[in-house]
Design a protein around this ligand. Sequence first.
Ligand SMILES: Nc1ncnc2c1ncn2[C@@H]1O[C@H](COP(=O)(O)OP(=O)(O)OP(=O)(O)O)[C@@H](O)[C@H]1O
Length: 284
Amino acid sequence: MINININKKLHGANGEMDLNVNLEIKQGEFLALAGLSGSGKTTLLRILAGLESANGTIKIDDNIWLNEKFSLAPQKREIGFVFQDYALFPNFSVLDNLLYVNKDKELAHYLLKMTELEELKNRFPQTLSGGQKQRISLCRALMNKPKILLMDEPLSALDSEMRTKLQNEILTLHKEFNTTTIMVSHDPSEIYRLANRVVVLNYGQIINDGSPKDVLLKTKGSQKFSFEGELLDIIKVDVIHIAIVSIGQQLVEVVVGNEEAKNLKIGQKVSLSTKAFSPMIQGL
Ligand SMILES: Nc1ncnc2c1ncn2[C@@H]1O[C@H](COP(=O)(O)OP(=O)(O)OP(=O)(O)O)[C@@H](O)[C@H]1O
């Protein structure tokens, strides 16, 4: 069990804000940390890793990592950290990047095999793709069998195909090692696929905490579908208006009435929902 009860004053974009987090995380949980930019997600990970100071307590089972008198050094906290920008050692081969953390060759080869990187073990990071680098940094983070795996938007720099591949690998590794994992992510489909719990931060405070289904699904009442998007344009065609809405990577056209069109502003966030209809779903 991980008990976190910390606070820290942050200098946010709109002045001072308090990062105030009180969380209990069970062994083996996969927790996604979501929330607007600047809400304190990265700072919370850095505090857990001991890279940043804070007031309060952090307890892992019976071990104290932080209290009012004491802060355990980062290298003594059993943590693996995966950063968005990989943070690999450029002068070390793939294998040596892993062995730097722990000399366990058997584990290094096992991890490289699981992530299909065996062939690349003697290559240097600058000769690898973003997806390959991020898999190496994931393997490296698991080399010391950490109590907690922290990942800060690990897949956000990758294209969607590579992201899906790595999500599957993260899931496999999580099942295999059962490492308690905290991952910052802005991507609802990624959170849904990987996490069993989502905590949403807003201005340093937890505003939502629950299962991905409860926190992320936006349908209310009798709505069957609801998507959030941005209104890009409203085009008048004869007597009707057509709103162009961007939802994720897709553009969608919706017919809107005259009154509705008057109340909408280009650039605003909108939700697009519908009640009863018979959707078709087909594999692509
Ligand atoms: N050591 C610090 N002292 C004071 N303020 C800080 C410190 N570190 C970060 N901040 C401020 O706290 C706010 C939260 O930053 P943080 O990087 O944790 O947000 P975030 O939720 O991870 O954002 P993003 O999604 O953009 O990465 C920012 O406005 C930042 O400038």
